[in-house]
Design a protein around this ligand. Sequence first.
Ligand code: URA
Length: 295
Amino acid sequence: MNAQPDSTSLRCSPLQLAWLQELGIEKPWLPAGASGLQPPSRRASDAQHPAALEAQVHAQPPEPGTTRQPTPSPAPAPMLRVSRPPVADAGPPVTAELPTRAIAAAATDMNALGAAIRACAGCGLCKSRHQVVVGEGVDSPAIMVIGEAPGEQEDRQGLPFVGRSGLLLDNMLATIGASRGSNVYVANAIKCRPPGNRNPRPEESAACHPFLMRQIALVNPRTILVLGRVAAQAVLSTDSSLQSLRGRPLSFDAAGRQIPVVVSYHPAYLLRRPTEKAAAWEDLQRARAIAAIGD
Ligand code: URA
């Protein structure tokens, strides 16, 4: 009897093979049906957002000089912990994130990352997009603004926030002495327009997530201003509601550097609900103070 498994009987998907190669295993030999190459079982909630490899939410101490701070509740757990289990025990997790993760990790500057994002076919949105929207603004900005996804105008022009929401955003930023031309970088959590401006699907968010994580690290902002629930959940790798995140001291862990995060309303929501502009104004003032604009 031949005890050596036959490599032709392997049941590895291309994603699993990519993982094995990342782990330095070029020629996997586990036989078909061996548990070592099956994806680990997951909780249903885990499947929502397979993208919490790098980012973590951390409650920060209250900012000095403020008298009324909401008590930071415990940091929301990342929705999926993708640790690398020993190959022989559980096998690599299989997620839509993996191909873009390797591509994003290989980009050493924003030019390389931008080119990689523009060439991306990591999810179905690449079929309907006109242009990929990477981002716009200065390096190492005082504020990096992160919205949800390109809309129709953005998809046509290849630039973020150029429609009505963008006009409102630029006007709001101007009130705190901030602009894309001087001290702001603007980007979206999702780089391609979802058809009809629908919410991005979990697999689309997952595919784009490594690009966003890498982009934040390379843009290297002093502060992050996140607009709307979809962007907040992507940046902070959480499923917490916008309301529970707004007003909280949060931070993004960029390879050990804690970048303060301010969560606010999306300009499109403010256009529909102008009464919330006062609350958004407070958020903006917090972002300005943390970014030390005008100090
Ligand atoms: N809404 C967004 O979230 N981003 C844009 O770029 C435009 C509208």
